[in-house]
Design a protein around this ligand. Structure first.
Ligand code: ADP
Length: 287
């Protein structure tokens, strides 16, 4: 398998890559990760069972689209596919270092620049992808309220009920979410989609990087809202973001609704206290 992947790298980069060493990289939530070391350059490899091939293809497409905006740094995807019953994705290797306040400000500025890039007149994406390992439905939809109510909250709520969660009636929640977002008509922005602090880093030279996306065209606020969940980002990040594109009025109210999607997803993936957290958020949103 290793040599076949090295050959694929050579084919796609049109430069001979001879694998000299491989070492495991920790920190991933879902996949096995490696640094593939060659004579002149290294690559980052993720592998999983063959059933994950579509997930990696969608990750590659997301990275490619973000890369092409030439705004915020993401690892450039090189090749992906299946060898010997193993799905894989290879991307450029980035050397990470510690982040400073300047890096955080720059990350905010560059994320806002990515959000400003125009490219779709609807909400959704060309393919479904995954959020964690849960399917994420990206059916193209004209209206943001319909998209978020149905394909984000509705989808996760139905899953959560199948997992035994006790939540209000799904159709009732969907229509209330639609009503809350009725006046929200954002420009479709290319969003990272899973922007918690574990998916943000800085290179050794201080360049901000975002990783491991769940990309689609949506309301830019979903990314900003998620940065406030699970630990949060430094104040410098928000200064940078607002410098380039000020957040809209009402963001603070929408934030809980947007983050409910991720908490429901956490309930679906991990169960436990996420169910009661989701219930509290629903109470706050629907009151
Ligand atoms: P998973 O899909 O399993 O969650 P991640 O994409 O989060 O895996 O990657 C796991 C870890 O590998 C990250 O936390 C980061 O430290 C490191 N990493 C990710 N991408 C790269 C890269 N392009 N170059 C070097 N290290 C990387």
């Amino acid at each position: 398998m290793w040599n076949q992947i090295a050959e694929q790298i050579s084919t796609h980069t049109q430069e001979k890559f001879k694998l000299e060493n491989r070492r495991s990289v920790g920190g991933g939530c879902i996949n096995q990760c490696y640094c593939l070391e060659g004579q002149n350059c290294n690559y980052f490899l993720k592998i999983n069972s063959a059933s994950f091939a579509d997930m990696f293809a969608a990750e590659a497409l997301g990275l490619k689209q973000m890369y092409e905006t030439q705004t915020i740094r993401v690892p450039k995807p090189i090749c992906w596919g299946t060898v010997d019953q193993t799905a894989y994705i290879v991307m450029e290797w980035l050397e990470f270092g510690s982040s400073s306040s300047e890096t955080s400000t720059e990350m905010g500025r560059k994320l806002a620049a990515m959000h400003q890039t125009k490219g779709a007149d609807k909400f959704g994406w060309d393919t479904n992808n995954t959020i964690g390992s849960t399917p994420q439905i990206n059916t193209w939809t004209e209206n943001w309220a319909d998209f978020f109510a149905e394909h984000r909250i509705g989808y996760q709520l139905r899953l959560a009920k199948r997992k035994g969660g006790s939540f209000p009636d799904t159709n009732e929640v969907i229509s209330q979410v639609r009503a809350i977002l009725a006046d929200r008509q954002p420009q479709p922005s290319l969003v990272h989609g899973d922007l918690w602090s574990g998916n943000a880093a800085s290179t050794v030279t201080g360049e901000p990087v975002i990783l491991d996306p769940a990309t689609y065209w949506g309301d830019r606020e979903v990314d900003v809202a998620m940065t406030e969940l699970f630990g949060g980002f430094p104040a410098a990040f928000y200064r940078g973001y607002n410098e380039v594109w000020q957040l809209d009025e009402g963001y603070k109210q929408r934030k809980t609704l947007y983050n409910l999607y991720h908490i429901l997803n956490h309930f679906n993936l991990f169960g436990g206290g996420y169910g009661s957290q989701a219930s509290r958020m629903l109470q706050q949103i629907l009151k």
